[in-house]
Each structure stands twice: as C-alpha cells, then as structure tokens.
Design a protein around this ligand. Structure first.
Ligand SMILES: *[C@@H]1O[C@H](CO)[C@@H](O)[C@H](O)[C@H]1NC(C)=O
Ligand SMILES: *[C@@H]1O[C@H](CO)[C@@H](O)[C@H](O)[C@H]1NC(C)=O
Ligand SMILES: *[C@@H]1O[C@H](CO)[C@@H](O)[C@H](O)[C@H]1NC(C)=O
Length: 633
C-alpha cells in the first residue's frame, strides 16, 4: 500500500501551498516542550537519534511499532466509538468502511458524529463568557463516505496507517479548565489507553488548544496533543525548502510557478475523474511523501487511519476516576519531566506575581526557598506555620477587592499568636493564576501555578475555574476554601455544590474542601457585568440576564476578622494524614462557613437556604471576631 515518493511525488509535492506547513511547525514546537518527559521512552524505542525533532530526511526509516490497542475492550466503552478505514481532511472524516460504501447494496447510513453540545467562547477576559452570551453553536466533525472527488492525492489513494491511532476527544465545555479536567481528563484516565495513541482535541470553530489541554493530557500519550484541525491538515512535502514559513523573503519566482502548477494539476484532476465512469486505467498519480509529524510514528504524515476512536462525554457521562487520583498522575508527570519551576511566591503578606513575567514581584527577600518542586518527597512547608495562598483575580467579575487588608490581617494575626490545630503561626500570600490583561493562562503560568499551590496548606479562591488549581495541592495535608458571593452559596447553592464538594469527597478528602458562603451584603459588590447593566454602559443584548450568574459574579470585600476566624477553623481540621476530625465536622454539619450580615460567622452544612434564619432555628452559635480573627467576647 505504501506509495513511492520519488520523481512524480516530488512534482506533486511542490504544488502544496506554503502556509500549510505552519501547523506542523507548531506541532514540532509542542513536541519540543514535551520532549523532556518522553525522552527516555523515545530513546528506548527509536534507538540512537541523530536529531531531536523528526526531520525531512527520514523517509527510509521504519516506523515505530504499531499500536497494539485492545480494541475489543474499547468497543464496549460507552463514550467512544471506533471507526475503521477513516481519512481526515480539515473538519471532515472520510470513511472507506465498506459498510457505508455506495457500492455496498446493504450499505448503512454514515452516522452523524456526536456534537460538542455546550461550550462558551474563550474570550480574552478573565471571566466565563456565559454571562456575556458566550454560548456557541454546537459543533462536530463532518463524517462522510469516500467519494469520486477527494481533494488530495493522499485521500484519493489512501494508505491506512495502522501505527497511528487517533483518539478524538469531544468533551463538553472544552475551554473551561475545571470542566475539562473533571470530565475529559478523568475520562481519558479511565480509558487506560495505550500511550502510543495520538490524542486529538476537537476544538470548535478552528480554535487552538489552551496550554492546559496539553499539560493535563500529557500523561496519557507519548505524543503531543493536537487539534482536530491539525489532524486534518494537509501535510508538508518533504522536498520543500528549509524555511517553509518564510514565504515573502525567499526565492521570488517560486510562488508564481507553484500557483501555475497547481492550476495544471487541478485541471488534470478534473479530466481524470469527470465523464469516463470508473477511472480504472487513469494515469498513475503519485502521493507526495510528506514530512513526519510529532504526533505520529509514521515516516510521513498520515492522513488515513486503519482505526480511529471518537469519544464524546456528555453532561450526563459518569466517569469513575476520583479526581485526586487523576491529579496525582498529572502532577507526577510534570515532576517526572522536571517541568515545575521554583516558585517565586513569597508568604510575606504582599501580593506576589507568580508567572513567567520577570521583575514585578514585591517582597522577594523572603522568597520561599523551595529548591525541589519536582521532587515528590520534598515538602517546602513548615508544618507548624499555616500557609494560606489566596487567588487574586483582576477581570470584570469575582475579585477580592480588599486583598491587601486580608494579607495585613494575616500578618497581624501571626504576630499576635495565631494558633489552631497543629499550627502556631500563619502566613499568607496572594497570586493571580492568569495574565491580568487577557485572562490567559500560558503554559509557563500554568506550571508556575501548580508549583505555587504546592507551597500552601490552604488555597482560597472565589468559585470558578481557578478552584481547579486545588487539585495540585499536596494531598493529605491541604485544604481548599471556596468563597461563594452573596446568594451563590445559599439560594443558588445547588450550582456550586454539585462540583467540588462531591468531587473532593469522592477523592476521599485527599484535599479537604471548605465552602465559605458570604451572605453579608456589605461584603459583596456587584460584578462589573451586572453593574454595567444597571448603569447602562453594557448593552442589554450582549448579556444573559440570569440572577445566578450575577450572584456568582459578584466581587467580594471581606471583613478580615471573620475570614481569619474561618481559617482557624480550617487549620483545626487539617491534621496531616488524618481526616477523622474533618469528616466528623462534616457529619456534624459544622464544616462550612456562612458570613452573616453584621460580621458574624456560623458553621453549617452545605445548602442552607437562609443562613440567618437557619442559625436562629437551629440555635447555632454565631461567632464574632476581632480584626485579626481572634474571638471577640
Ligand atoms: C501494518 O501495516 C503494514 C503495511 O501495510 C503491514 O505490513 C503490517 O503487517 C501491519 N501491521 C499490523 C499490526 O496490522
Ligand atoms: C458602570 O459600571 C461599570 C462596571 O462597574 C464601571 O466600570 C463604569 O465606570 C460605570 N459607569 C458609570 C457611568 O457609572
Ligand atoms: C433571610 O431571612 C430573613 C428573615 O426572613 C430576611 O430578612 C433576609 O433578607 C433573608 N436573607 C436572605 C439573604 O435572603
């Protein structure tokens, strides 16, 4: 089946448009990132490698061994469908399976591939766009039978790779990190795929991957994650110059010649396929040899596959893996690849700037000396000093408006002898998990976020995707405090309560979850979207008018005393490796906090509808605090 790639191949190859190679260069760049983790494996399998990256001249090399995937087991897997003899071209899969062929008198209709039904547009904003009418039309790949008019030589003369097995992932909410981790990554974890499959992310509307996609799926394939667009990209011919991207500056006459040849080629094509019925004895057409790609062991970019899996996890999909187990795998892979940077976070009571940008951190003198973020056995934390890391957000919604007050109070509390559980001191730091201007989380930023949360005992976040970072906390000795703005933890509690609390409980409280529901109107402020609606600076038509979105998206201005009082409660239930007291508090309905009007705090269960009324009816003690979280009598 392999096509020869000599003279005629070279001719056809030169017809391919220049820009198509850019996708491949991107892939190589990803591969470069991934290299460290896979280097060992790759060396073992490929023997000595003269070069780091797959390059143009290895056409003669044998491909690596083929994927011995246990397809029988996978066929029963409810969320994946196996398709055979499939080619990929742009956003279309083309099946050569005889069961769908028009030549088959008993042919079946080509099935419709499952859609990504629900997703929000990933805007360059530090906010979920659901409240901004960001919901997008459902999306899927087209699926059709092979035709008389296939667009490329590779599709006209398919050679089905049995060494590259694409697993196309079509999860809901693909650009929400929390949803992606909880649904797609855990589902892939559950599949227990052979790491020699190629993972392909279905990104609607030709969108690119977010760095978190690649990093979270890193443990599950030895190849870089690619988009469905990359899977369907035309290849890059082998004999193109060394600088396929530099179209403008290169040899001036070439592009024109190529255009000319391309036209000739298309005309030739038309005459070949039109009119004459079955083109049995048409002129032999060569399939160009193409550059290998980082996502496949094939010697030339494959376009057609003996087998392809298409997996879609709907909202109702039940995925079994406890997320702490998945998280351990993800963090372990980062550590094994020595990807985690030394955190530059300082628990000095100043907001630090963790991330790839150099030079704007404050209070760096006392920077944590954590020399070994990639050593799984090294814990940089002083077991007696409670370290609290607070997420600092800068987008239009869900900011903590008085972060510095909280950090100052923390310092004050420490100086005045903070003591709770096994802790005899407290130090706080704040960091943003995203770039403040764009809301983007770059690859470097993502890795530094992982490293940063691993320096903390307690991570404090306002409800949102930032809470996903709680999964990177050190298991067995850490806690997450999720802040819910006014009404979001009571009236609309069924929303936040269905995510993290059961996920952490199912993970056997490896990371202890605490909700702090802010029910004091003085400690909540309208988010910018809601405020913009009321002051008429935001067009009504650009909004989804939904009270639960407005509740979720409020800003907070927390009173430091009750906040620190709640941290003492958390610290008291944070005995390393021992969740007994924590579980007992949950069973006694006094695990979570409600901040009441007037500055009081009550402890309770999740889902209390009106904390004031509930505290009265149940005669729950309302705790009050001085400014640094000490009890006020
Ligand atoms: C894969 O394909 C090659 C060439 O078509 C063939 O020689 C080989 O036996 C196949 N291997 C498997 C495992 O099907
Ligand atoms: C309206 O609200 C937005 C969001 O809070 C704010 O940025 C803007 O300054 C307000 N404009 C006026 C005219 O009050
Ligand atoms: C809770 O109930 C009290 C008494 O009915 C009421 O005054 C208060 O507004 C309610 N709180 C909330 C947040 O709805």
């Amino acid at each position: 089946m392999r096509r020869n790639s000599s003279s005629a191949g070279a001719r056809v190859a030169s017809l391919v448009v220049l820009c198509l190679c850019i996708t491949q260069l991107t892939n190589h760049a990803v591969a470069k990132h991934r290299k460290s983790s896979d280097e060992g494996k790759r060396r073992e399998q490929e023997g000595p490698q003269p070069r780091d990256e797959p390059s143009g001249d290895q056409g003669a090399e044998e491909p690596e061994e083929c994927v011995p995937l246990d397809v029988e087991a996978l066929k029963d897997y409810p969320y994946c469908q196996l398709y055979e003899r499939v080619c990929a071209h742009q956003d279309t899969l083309v099946t050569h399976d005889f069961r769908y062929s028009f030549a088959n008198p008993k042919r079946e209709l080509v099935p419709e591939l499952p859609y990504v039904d629900i997703w929000n547009f990933p805007a360059a904003l530090e906010a979920n766009t659901d409240a901004l009418r960001g919901r997008q039309p459902k999306y899927h790949l087209q699926f059709r039978a092979a035709s008389a008019h296939e667009p490329t030589p590779a599709l006209r003369h398919p050679s089905f790779s049995n060494c590259t097995l694409p697993v196309v992932l079509a999860p809901e909410f693909p650009f929400n990190m929390g949803e992606f981790f909880a649904r797609a990554v855990s589902a892939v974890h559950d599949l227990e795929l052979d790491p020699r499959v190629t993972l392909v992310m279905l990104t609607p509307q030709s969108l690119g991957l977010a760095p978190f996609h690649s990093l979270l799926l890193q443990p599950y394939s030895k190849y870089p994650l690619i988009t469905s667009a990359a899977l369907g990209a035309r290849g890059c011919p082998l004999d193109m110059g060394p600088d396929p991207g530099g179209g403008g500056g290169g040899s001036g006459s070439d592009p024109a010649r190529q255009r000319q040849r391309r036209v000739d080629h298309e005309e030739e094509d038309d005459s070949k396929w039109s009119g004459e019925g079955d083109g049995g004895e048409e002129e032999e057409e060569a399939v160009p040899a193409e550059r290998p790609v980082a996502w496949s062991p094939d010697a030339s970019q494959p376009h057609c596959f003996k087998r392809l899996l298409y997996c879609k996890w709907g909202i109702e999909a039940r995925v079994a893996a406890p997320l702490a187990e998945v998280a351990a795998r993800v963090v372990g892979a980062m550590q094994a690849a020595a990807q985690l940077p030394v955190p530059r976070l300082a628990y000095t009571g100043q907001e630090g700037e963790e991330g790839e940008e150099e030079g704007q951190e404050q209070g760096q003198q006392a920077a944590v000396s954590d020399a070994a973020p990639n050593d799984p056995d090294h814990d940089p934390r002083d077991p007696a000093q409670l370290r609290v890391l607070i997420e600092s957000r800068h987008g239009p919604v869900r900011n903590i408006k008085n972060l510095q007050d909280l950090l100052d109070a923390c310092k004050e509390a420490n100086e005045r002898g903070f003591s709770a559980g096994g802790f005899r001191g407290v130090s706080c730091a704040a960091t943003s998990f995203a770039d403040a201007a764009t809301g983007r989380v770059s690859r470097a930023r993502f890795l530094s976020n992982v490293a940063a949360v691993r320096t903390a005992h307690v991570l404090v976040v306002v409800h949102g995707a930032g809470a996903t970072n709680s999964w990177w906390l050190r298991q067995g000795s850490s806690a997450l405090v999720e802040l819910r703005p006014c009404l979001f933890g009571t009236k609309y509690a069924s929303w936040p309560d269905k995510y993290l609390p059961p996920q952490h409980q199912k993970s056997r409280d490896r990371i202890r979850f605490f909700a702090l529901n802010v029910e004091d109107p003085d400690q909540c402020e309208n988010g910018d979207i809601e405020a913009g609606l009321f002051n008429k600076t935001l067009a009504k038509g650009s909004l989804t008018w939904d009270q639960s979105f407005f509740a979720r998206d409020k800003h907070l201005r927390l009173r430091p005393g009750p906040f620190l009082g709640f941290l003492r409660h958390v610290a008291a239930l944070l005995a390393p490796g021992d969740t007994e007291a924590y579980v007992a508090a949950r069973e006694a309905d006094r695990l979570h906090g409600y901040l009441l009007p007037g500055g009081g705090l009550v402890l309770g269960k999740l889902g209390v509808k009106n904390a004031t009324v509930w505290a009265e009816e149940e005669e729950v003690e309302v705790q009050t605090f001085n400014d640094w979280g000490g009890p006020r009598y």
